[in-house]
Design a protein around this ligand. Sequence first.
Ligand SMILES: *Cc1c(COP(=O)(O)O)cnc(C)c1O
Length: 376
Amino acid sequence: MPKNIPFVDLKLQHQPLKSELENSIQEVLERGDFILGQAVEKFESSFATACGVENAIGVACGTDAIALGLQACGIGAGDEVILPANTFIATLIGVLYAGATPVLVDCHAETALIDWEAAQKAVTSKTKAILPVHLYGQMVAPSELKDFAQANNLIIFEDAAQAHLAEREGYCAGSVGTAAAFSFYPSKNLGCFGNGGIVITSDPEVASKMRTLRNYGAPRKYVHEEVGTNSRLDTIQAAVLNVKLPYLEGWNSDRNQAAQQYDNLLSPMEEKGITPIKNVSGSGHIYHLYVIRVTDKSPINRDTLKEKLTVAGISVGIHYPIPCHLQPAYQNLGYKQGDFPNSETLSEQILSLPMYPVISEEQIHQVAETISQIIN
Ligand SMILES: *Cc1c(COP(=O)(O)O)cnc(C)c1O
């Protein structure tokens, strides 16, 4: 009997780090600096360096990183922000919490990344920022992003929540624009043991405003100069991240290798409608998720394949089954079915296969072999 294959395996990944992690957490307990302690400062500095920027400001989660990061860039009420319709809902929530107006656009079917032609059509005199999402761990092309922003005089704010240390055209994710948001949700490529997030920027004013916004809007104790909130990266979470960060590059490269193996094993199934989302950034793609499309050429649809894989003990996911514009809570934005055809088609065709740094060759073989048996 083949063994069950989980979607991610954090336990196995953390096993070799167990004593390092315990020591790092223990140090926080001994110091007692639970809020904005030493470990936070240390992590902020190392993460900024790793991404090739000047500053990093830890916050409570990735959603807050987007909301507060946009605010720190001076984006708010009356400003339109362009973002893709096929992203995790938090991208949209971040824009709304910043008080800005979200303007959704479609993506390319092959890469699932934002469609620049669609984005161009969405620009108005009120557009203030472009918020690209480096989806699944693959960066939007920095050259195209910069050209688009420059041509329309827009601020670039990257949602890099799935792209820790992803690269393309020599840029690291989060270093292309004015600022960027990351999440350290446990299953992200760099995850903590709870919630966490960070904003990175090389702009000193944005950095300083961020530090104020996350700390009740107070640059000094009890002097509230901004309308801020309480959103800080916990010192204990930073202690975990300090241990994990040095391993991130290796983990990312393990994921990339696993993806290449999937690509090779799945390529004969192309004519049967199994088409991986295209990697146009080579080894810079960090595969937060490995996503395939089950196209019309397949004898069975995505939902049937998902069901059969689940029965076979292989855990899979869908990222995401309902595009943002069709979510019930956001119908007031005025979008309808048919507005973003590629996003809608993808939501029906995509399937995320097991992907994590310690996944074995045998496990990948088993996944590919099971898919092959199901569709043949
Ligand atoms: C995970 C994620 C977020 C939000 O992060 P949280 O830490 O869960 O708030 C935002 N955008 C994208 C694309 C994500 O994948």
